[in-house]
Design a protein. Structure first.
Lengths: 216, 225
């Protein structure tokens, strides 16, 4: 049985396309295989470097990345998806936690935060990890742009008292730049809510590590 | 294999005559999005140039094996595979640079300039010519990006080279040029409308320049037409 010219052409084109797809797939598989361990390692180092900005590396001796837990979405954290929590321990005792939180009411959507809280409920440090605030106006919450975010260090639910957990313009403790109040207001509110969340779950975080994590 | 005049005409074509940003108006989405300062603009320009050189070289090398009717899917396949390989390799082996350029590289795959050069030039020409063409097109784009980035950064923030420490590390923090000290800033220039306005002005300036050149030729040969 002989094929028509058109069928032969289509068959040839299909075969060539298949060959290119195979070569492309092989190239990708090979590259992925060679680069994956290196990429995983640098991603972890990056995560750890970020965490260490809100939690001094000297304050724990456990494998921090292995202590990761997924927190279910919670209004106090502002999260709609599970978020991460890491527990810092020294000599088996919990000394601090680092958690991801979201300020959902920024000027331009979500502001993602990473917050370090010591086991007594005091903020160690806060960093903005992602935001869409206006460049030059609201983006001073980013530590790369200004030191504004540092004013949270050392604060807790009792210092300042609850009604002073606001920006100065609203009668609170935290200063904010003129012209961009919505952004810092959202961040202040989110940090306070995260402290509330921590206070509510503190007992669970302070408990000795679960057997599962010890094994890992 | 390649004469000096061919070489020169390829570069003239890419940098000026067929400039992707000012004449062909291709790939405007990344051009407008990333040109808010010089450092971003330069980084995106160089990354695009690199991807174009690699993909044009590859497309040109296999051009005799690709039946005409399936050339576009094959080129897309080659470009996508190549960009992914570059993306993974940069992530693994030049991580600091990847942190700066990383977000742009997958974006480059979708840039129509890459496919346009592969189909319009690399599919019909020798690999060496194709790579030179891709590099000159990429440099033409880079040039427009830098000018646009400089205009927007200067008008918007009064500085040049801000953010250079993200490319060269903390030591480069002092390289930022504060051209207009105590400048209050002009937000519009940094936001997307500023990109459209500045690009429009650049295109207008380029067209005006061309029109003047044509007039000068006409004036020199009054009765020619």
């Amino acid at each position: 049985m002989s094929m028509t010219a058109a069928a032969r052409n289509a068959f040839r084109a299909g075969t060539v396309l298949l060959l290119f797809a195979l070569v492309g797939t092989a190239m990708l598989a090979f590259t992925h295989d060679r680069t994956e361990p290196v990429i995983t390692r640098s991603q972890q180092a990056e995560k750890l470097a970020l965490i260490n900005q809100v939690l001094p590396a000297s304050s724990y001796d456990n494998d921090l990345l292995a202590s990761r837990q997924d927190l279910p979405p919670d209004d106090l954290l502002g999260t709609r998806q599970p978020s991460a929590l890491w527990i810092a321990r020294r000599g088996g005792q919990a000394t601090a936690v680092v958690l991801e939180a979201v300020a959902p009411d920024g000027y331009a959507g979500d502001i993602a935060l990473l917050i370090g809280i010591d086991i007594d409920g005091k903020v160690i440090g806060v960093r903005v990890t992602a935001h869409h605030e206006t460049p030059g106006l609201g983006d001073y919450i980013d530590r790369a742009k200004s030191a504004w975010i540092d004013q949270f260090s050392g604060k807790s639910l009792t210092d300042p008292e609850s009604k002073r957990w606001k920006v100065a313009k609203d009668g609170g403790t935290f200063d904010a730049r003129a012209g961009a109040t919505i952004t810092p207001r959202a961040v202040v509110k989110a940090v306070k809510s995260a402290l509330d969340y921590f206070a509510r779950h503190r007992a669970a975080f302070a408990a000795p590590p679960a057997a599962k994590e010890k094994k890992a | 294999m390649m004469t000096m005049s061919e070489f020169r005409s390829l570069f003239h074509n890419g940098l000026i005559k067929q400039n992707t940003g000012l004449v062909q108006l291709l790939g405007l989405c990344p051009l407008l999005a990333i040109s808010n300062n010089v450092v971003n603009a330069l980084s995106l320009g160089l990354a695009t140039t690199m991807v174009m050189a690699a993909s044009s070289g590859a497309v040109s090398s296999v051009r005799h094996f690709v039946p005409n009717e399936i050339r576009i899917p094959v080129f897309v396949l080659i470009i996508a595979a190549l960009v992914t390989v570059i993306d993974l390799a940069m992530n693994a082996f030049v991580h600091p640079l990847y942190l700066v350029l990383g977000i742009f590289i997958p974006l480059i795959t979708t840039n129509c300039i890459v496919l346009a050069r592969a189909d319009a030039f690399a599919a019909k020409n020798h690999p060496l010519h194709s790579v030179i063409d891709a590099i000159s097109m990429g440099l033409g784009l880079t040039l427009v990006l830098i000018v646009l980035g400089a205009i927007r950064e200067l008008a918007g923030k009064g500085t040049l080279l801000s953010g250079i420490d993200m490319v060269f590390g903390q030591a480069a923090k002092g390289w930022v040029l504060h051209i207009l000290p105590h400048y209050q800033g002009f937000l519009l220039a940094i936001l997307p409308p500023g990109a459209f306005i500045a690009l429009g002005l650049l295109i207008a300036a380029n067209n005006w320049n061309k029109a003047r050149a044509v007039q000068r030729v006409r004036a020199a040969v009054p009765m020619a037409a």
